[in-house]
Design a protein around this ligand. Structure first.
Ligand code: G6P
Length: 610
């Protein structure tokens, strides 16, 4: 959420900063800005351009003279104050000689703003970040490092930040506390960014700052130190990343590209983790030996958004296969209700970014109370991954679209592996284990089969897009599928989409059913199929249009419905195959309505604020 870039070296900074911001735009896209240090041989000056709107609007409005070989930039997702030009970063002090970009939230900004105002400082924005610019400017420490450290000593909260100062034109000072910051080492030039996506085109030699760390970047290198200015030993290493995986390539959007990458991502998450001999899964990174796995009495899954819904799918898988009580809860709610932390419970944090602050803080709360947490995380080395006792990486590759697709699929498979491992040290027989191992192996191909039906789904999507309001319904294993389907649909099409348990419709929502309110129903061929079909008749009898996701052979009788058959897996694994067409429907509904599917309004990819 929000993106930071910075550059110092021999090239003109502004084009590089704008390019980097474009690559971070999914993290926040309501306003953007850049600052460069210019002034040639005379006295240096800081020049700032910032405005509400997209990075491309900023690029178009950039003054012709915006030269400088050192600069910082920011793309914003508003927290303090609306998306206006004045609230866009970089922020500066009264002299205009300091510029600051900041991700995160300063908890005591209100108090500091009041104090500064009392002391005669005129604040020009509604942001928390602006106080930092003033605090840096007011410090009289002899070095920029000292000034930034003094400012940071006065604030509470989270930050990833970068500071320019016209009196110290040979450097950029950056700091991290709770919001990621990476330094990219180039040839006589240095980059900084809050996400690898902005660096990979320039360098894959990268240093990750730790919380509480600061760094100074000059054209020739970087040094790292703590906030008390004592040196730290953080070094850069070469990452194995494919820069092309951060581009949409020939695809019209990242979401479509990422949907189509699901078969390959599914294969990667399974690779090397299935054991044919004992018909189980090997998840060495969990750090759970057989005895510990057997001792688990409960599983509690925590995540946010789509990660929470797939967590519900995971809970059902674990409970069914391992016969351990399991449930999922929104991490944002969990951590605020003073949860009882039980030593026999295995806590599982699930997150694509590994940065979602609610998930991160839930992990910290559990560990603080002595609980054991494992992570299902996509981004290697991310905060959640580092805070957990163990875990498994999802290997989905970079996910850029705000709406999660391939990461979600790998999360589901991660849960299936975890369920299998827990089940096979308990009561699941080797024959049953084999049934699941075989079914897991077949999934990537089956996901591809579903994606091959995309063309058939477009007409259905267009019809659904016409409705102002829709229901997504399912039962037991199908309910989280419906929740995820509704989430995808609403977040990118902006239609009201509500998920409900099919069984509960008659207790209220049936009142809303009419020819104008379609229902998308999840009806796998399982032990509930007859009950599900009966409930659909109740919808049809009230004139509600129906789209039914089901399996070939399921008899819908004389039900007037648009039918979408998905390939069969084993019933425990069916939810993921039922989820894929819902992504495709949401995608084409949004595209038909002319929305920017990768950047839905008001949202951002990684939610690093509470
Ligand atoms: C945001 C995104 C969702 C995502 C959720 C959790 O709300 O818009 O698509 O599911 O964050 O993100 P995480 O990175 O923790 O999986």
């Amino acid at each position: 959420m929000c993106g930071i870039v910075g550059y110092i070296g021999g090239q003109q900074a502004a084009p590089l900063l704008l390019e980097g911001l474009g690559r971070l735009e999914h993290r926040g896209y309501d306003s953007a800005g850049v600052a460069v240090l210019g002034g040639g041989t005379g006295r240096s000056t800081v020049r700032i351009a910032r405005r509400a709107g997209r990075v491309r609007d900023l690029a178009e409005s950039l003054p012709a003279r915006f030269a400088g070989r050192c600069g910082i930039g920011h793309t914003r997702w508003a927290t303090h104050g609306p998306a206006t030009d004045a609230n866009a970063h970089p922020h500066t002090d009264a002299s205009g000689r300091v510029a600051v970009v900041h991700n995160g939230i300063l908890d005591n900004a209100g108090l500091l703003r009041r104090r500064l105002t009392e002391e005669g400082v005129e604040l020009t924005s509604e942001t928390d970040t602006e106080v930092l610019a003033h605090l840096v400017a007011r410090s009289v420490a002899p070095t920029l490092e000292g000034r930034v450290a003094e400012a940071l000593a006065l604030v509470e909260g989270t930050w990833g930040l970068a500071v320019l100062h016209a009196d110290f034109p040979d450097r950029v000072v950056v700091a991290r506390n709770g919001s990621p910051l990476l330094i990219g080492v180039g040839d006589k030039e240095m980059h900084v960014a809050s996400d690898l996506a902005a660096l990979v085109r320039y360098t894959t030699t990268v240093a990750h700052l730790e919380d509480g760390e600061m760094a100074t970047l000059t054209a020739t290198g970087f040094t790292t130190y703590r906030q008390d200015l004592t040196a730290t030993a953080t070094t850069a290493r070469v990452l194995e990343v494919d820069p092309a995986s951060y581009d949409a390539g020939e695809h019209e959007s990242f979401m479509r590209k990422e949907m189509l990458e699901q078969p390959a991502a599914a294969e990667r998450v399974l690779r090397g983790r299935l054991d044919d001999r004992f018909a189980t899964a090997h998840l060495g990174g969990l750090g759970l030996d057989a005895r510990e796995a057997r001792a688990v009495r409960r599983v509690k899954i925590l995540g946010c958004g789509s990660a929470y819904y797939v967590g519900q799918m995971g809970a059902s898988l674990i409970e069914e296969l391992a016969r351990v009580p399991a449930d999922a809860e929104a991490a944002s709610e969990f951590r605020y209700r003073n949860p009882v932390i039980d030593p026999d419970t295995l806590y599982v944090a699930v997150s694509q970014s590994g940065e979602t602050v609610d998930t991160l803080l839930a992990v910290q709360e559990i560990r603080r109370k002595g609980g054991r947490v494992v992570g299902l995380v996509n981004v290697v080395g991310s905060a959640v991954a580092r805070e957990c006792d163990g875990g498994l990486y999802l290997h989905a590759g970079p996910e850029v679209a705000v709406a999660s697709t391939k990461a979600l699929t790998t999360m589901f498979l991660g849960f299936a592996l975890l369920a299998l491992q827990l089940a096979r040290v308990r009561d699941l027989s080797i024959a049953e284990g084999r049934r699941l191992v075989d079914a897991l192996r077949a999934l990537p191909e089956q996901i591809a089969e579903v994606l091959d039906t995309e063309a058939d789904l477009v007409a259905v999507a267009k019809e659904l897009a016409e409705a102002e309001s829709l229901f997504f319904v399912g039962r037991v294993r199908g309910f989280p599928v419906a929740r995820e389907g509704a989430q995808k649909f609403k977040e990118i099409s902006y239609r009201h989409a509500e998920a409900y348990q099919t069984s509960e419709l008659k207790h209220g929502p049936l009142a809303l059913i009419s020819p104008a309110v379609p229902t998308v129903a999840i009806v796998p061929d399982d032990e509930l199929v007859e009950r599900n079909v009966a409930a659909l008749h109740e919808i049809a009898a009230r004139g509600g249009p129906l789209v039914v996701l089901t399996h070939a052979g399921v008899d819908l009788g004389d039900l007037a419905a648009t039918r979408i058959d998905v390939p069969r897996s084993e019933r425990e694994l069916d939810p993921i195959l039922l989820t894929i067409p819902l992504q495709v429907l949401a995608y084409h509904a949004a595209a038909h309505l002319g929305h920017d599917v990768d950047k839905p309004r008001n949202l951002a990819k990684s939610v690093t604020v509470e």
